[in-house]
Every structure is written in C-alpha cells, then in structure tokens.
Write a protein that binds this ligand. Structure first.
Ligand SMILES: Nc1nc2c(c(=O)[nH]1)N[C@H]1C(S)=C(S)[C@@H](COP(=O)(O)OP(=O)(O)OC[C@H]3O[C@@H](n4cnc5c(N)ncnc54)[C@H](O)[C@@H]3O)O[C@H]1N2
Ligand code: MOO
Ligand SMILES: [Mg+2]
Length: 431
C-alpha cells in the first residue's frame, strides 16, 4: 500500500483525550436517556417485556369461596357429635362440578357433592373429602355418613385469601416472566402496557472485515463483533437491527450513521475509535455536528469507548477489539437499553467474591477481567476466564465468562483468596 502522509503530531485533537472514570461516563450517558414510549402487546408477546403501568387488583382472588377438595359441602356444626362410634348421615341435595354454582342452600342434615375448585354453596361452612365418608342409597336418595368432627372452614379457600380488591399486584418497571404472566392472566389483563423495545442499529467498521460465510484471506478476519452485539442487544431487551460492516472510510461511515440514526433509537458501532490512521469513528465524533460525551474512559479493556449524542439519540462507538467491545457494551449500552424500559436496576449487579487465582497484571486503569463464578461452601469464588491472557483483543473467553472481576488500578496484583468486587453478567437471560 502506498504511504500516505499521516499526522503523528501529538497536539492534534485525536491524541488529546480526557479520560473520565466509569461512573462519571455512566452518569453522562444516563443524563441523555429517557424512558421510551409505551405500547400494548398480547399476553403471549409480553414475556420478557417491562411493564409500563402499575396494576392493582380489580377484584379479590379467589373471587368466590372455593372448595379445596373433591368431597361434600356441609355444615360443620352437624359433625359435633360425630365419632367412630357415632356416624352422622347427610342427604345429598345437589352436585356441583367446577364451573357450576348451586342455587340451593345447605341446611342442617344436607350436603352437596362438590369438586375441587367449585364454588361452595350458600349455608355450607366446610368441605369434607370423599375418602372419609361412606355412602348409601335409600328410597332413591343419596346419603353420606361421617364418623369424625369437621372444623369450620375446613377445605374452603376464603374470598381474597391471596389478593384483596385494590391490592398492588405489579409495579411499573417489572419484567414479565412466568409469575407475572399468571397474575396478568388471572386478573384479565390480555393487552399488556409495556415499554417499546428500543431499536438498536449495529454496524461494524473495518476494511479487514469479511462476511461470516466468506473464505479467509490473508490479513483479514470475519466480523464477529456484530453478531456478539446482536445477541447482547437481544439479551438486554432491545431490538437489534443489523447494518453490516463498512470499510474504514469516514464518508461511508457518516452516511451509514445517518441512515442508522434516522430509523433507530440508538446506534452501536464497533471498531475505529482509537488513534490509528484509519480509526474513522474517532474522527467522525469530533466533526462537530454531535455532542461528544466522552472518548476515553479509565477502564481496560475499552479505554477508547466513545459516546455521543446526535439529535437526542445516543451513539456508542465501541472498540473493535472483541473484549473491549464486550465490556463497553456491558457497562454502557446494556444499562441504556434497560433504562429506556424504565428498569429500576439498569446496571450490572455487583457482588463480592473471593478471587480464586492470583491476578498479577498491573495497570493504571480499572480493569474489568472476564471471569467465571463458582459457589463452594456457600461462598462465591471468581476466577479469571483466561489462564494467561486477558487482552482486550481476546475473543475466545467471552463465552466462558459470567462476571467481570473489578481490579482497581493498583501498583501490585491481587493474590488468590482476597475479596474482590464482581459485576454479574446476565448471560443467556433473554428479556
Ligand atoms: N497508538 C495507540 N494504539 C492503540 C491504542 C492507543 O491508545 N494508542 N489503544 C489500543 C487499545 S486499548 C484498543 S482497545 C484498540 C482499539 O482499537 P479500535 O477501537 O480503533 O478498533 P480497530 O482498530 O478497528 O480494531 C482493533 C482490533 O479489533 C479487530 N476488530 C475490529 N472490528 C472487528 C469486528 N467487527 N469483529 C472482530 N474483530 C474486529 C480489528 O481487526 C483489530 O484487530 O486500539 C489499540 N491501539
Ligand atoms: O481500549 Mo483497550 O480495550 O483499553 O485495551
Ligand atoms: Mg484502531
């Protein structure tokens, strides 16, 4: 390739970057996030979505006095004298399968045959299970005999045992999973108000990038970051929109970015954010038609992670190095997708763990080391995923990680056995 004239003058703007701390960078992003719009979806579509309105119970639950057994509805006071020596007989006056109600009232000496889940008839204050009764037929009438005392309310679930009318059922911001589905269905919420999934445009920059189905060529690699990002967006509850990959050309990037911004709620790119000659995303965010929030963060990997705002939409220009791209997503993009759906806990959950291997690498930025947790004797242990290398260029350990071990910028490493902070990665949980 011909040699072009490139500036390595350290006073040019691409080299002058003000590094900010991760929490400050997160706060800058958060200041530009507003929770997205609301839509109604069917209950089937609601799984994993975030509820946009608080829901109160429109009625008590159970809604009627419910039999807990297949048996007979009786008056418990009729059984006071019942014993192994003294059998009490009841005349069956009705039969109540589930879904039916009786229009008769149970009075002393009568009973109704009733099934589990059916509404207990008026007058009855107990249900006795079939197995403890004897039955007989006399003059065309059915009778049951009972030799034991039955407590009032036995086997009857009272109205409102689980939920009383007006009770808070689900708060806005709740993620709808199996238990929430049960609640919504029980209370007749068939159209569920949820936050719209943010549409997240993804594109990769890099002249070296090949499509996944292209054969390898010298000096080139396949674009893996776009697919990694796609999965991460799905996991975070966003709707990924793939814009492929482009060569390292600032005009192409500008056009692509414009197109992606027009049709989506935010844009995530990967590659070209460092100080290299072809690091075009870095150049693009300095052009002036956007507000750059930061282009250097005191973290590794991902120190070159860049964020900007264009027409109220966020652009995350993540590093091309796979490890850095991954960490940049987890610390900045995932929380944004969660915040747009009003998640009360948008950031990665923080735990304390015991470091399971010595960590010797020293650096002056906070390091987010991909790691794996294990519970032993009730304690959480975290081990770096990579046996030797934990470079930001390393791709292979992403799949082996369920946490980021936070290594503060200190002069020495951390020996095994010390307590460390870890950030839990919600891997595999599709929201
Ligand atoms: N002189 C300096 N060089 C570098 C610095 C620095 O401060 N001064 N920072 C280093 C750090 S730290 C990182 S991280 C990288 C960041 O690089 P970029 O974000 O500009 O990314 P690229 O240069 O485009 O690519 C880096 C690396 O990643 C591969 N890549 C790119 N896109 C993809 C993709 N879609 N899928 C898989 N792999 C991808 C690319 O081929 C490169 O190998 O800069 C350091 N350099
Ligand atoms: O941005 Mo790099 O990933 O700091 O190592
Ligand atoms: Mg670069």
């Amino acid at each position: 390739m011909k040699i072009n004239s490139h500036s390595t003058d350290m006073t040019t703007s691409k080299f002058i970057r003000k590094a900010i701390q991760v929490p400050d960078a997160q706060a800058k992003v958060a200041a530009h996030v507003s929770s997205g719009s609301i839509e109604k979806v069917t209950l089937e579509q609601a799984h994993g979505r975030t509820l946009a309105e608080t829901i109160h119970a429109p009625h008590p639950y159970p809604f009627f006095r419910r039999s807990g057994m297949d048996g007979f509805a009786i008056l418990s006071s009729d059984t006071i004298e019942a014993s192994s020596e003294q059998q009490i007989w009841f005349r069956i006056i009705d039969e109540i399968p589930c879904g039916y109600i009786s229009d008769l009232t149970i009075t002393s000496g009568t009973a109704a045959r009733i099934m589990t889940g059916a509404q207990v008839p008026e007058g009855a204050d107990a249900v006795v299970m079939m197995e403890v009764t004897e039955s007989k037929e006399e003059h065309g009438e059915q009778w049951i005999g009972l030799k034991r005392h039955i407590q009032p309310e036995a086997n009857i679930t009272p109205i409102g045992l689980e939920v009383h009318e007006g009770q808070l059922l689900l708060e806005a911001g709740t993620i709808i999973q199996a238990g929430e589905q049960s609640v919504l269905a029980t209370f007749g919420v068939g159209q569920v108000p949820v936050y719209k999934r943010p549409k997240v445009a993804i594109f990769a920059t890099g002249t070296e990038l090949l499509e996944v189905d292209e054969p390898l060529q010298p000096g080139r690699i396949r674009n893996s970051n776009s697919y990694m990002l796609r999965s991460l967006v799905v996991e975070a509850g966003g709707e990924p929109v793939m814009y492929g990959s482009i060569a390292d050309d600032v005009d192409t990037a500008r056009t692509k970015l414009g197109e992606a911004l027009e049709h989506n709620d935010m844009v995530v790119t990967t590659g070209g954010v460092s100080v290299g000659d072809y690091d075009i995303m870095g150049d693009l965010v300095r052009e002036g038609n956007m507000e750059m929030l930061f282009n250097k963060v005191t973290m590794r990997p991902g120190s070159v992670t860049t964020a900007a705002v264009i027409n109220d939409k966020l652009l995350f220009a993540l590093s091309g190095n796979p490890g850095a791209c991954f960490v940049g997503f987890e610390l900045f993009v995932r929380p944004t997708i969660r915040m747009m759906q009003a998640d009360a806990h948008p950031y990665l959950e923080e735990w304390t763990a015991i470091l399971d291997d010595d960590y010797t690498k020293v650096n002056n930025f906070t390091r987010f080391v991909r790691g794996r947790t294990e519970i032993r004797n009730g304690m959480v242990y975290a081990k770096p995923s990579a046996a030797r290398v934990d470079e930001s260029s390393v791709m292979i350990t992403i799949k082996d990680s369920d946490c980021l071990i936070v290594v503060p910028p200190e002069k020495k490493g951390i020996p095994a056995g010390e307590q460390v902070r870890i950030l839990r990665l919600p891997t595999g949980h599709v929201r």
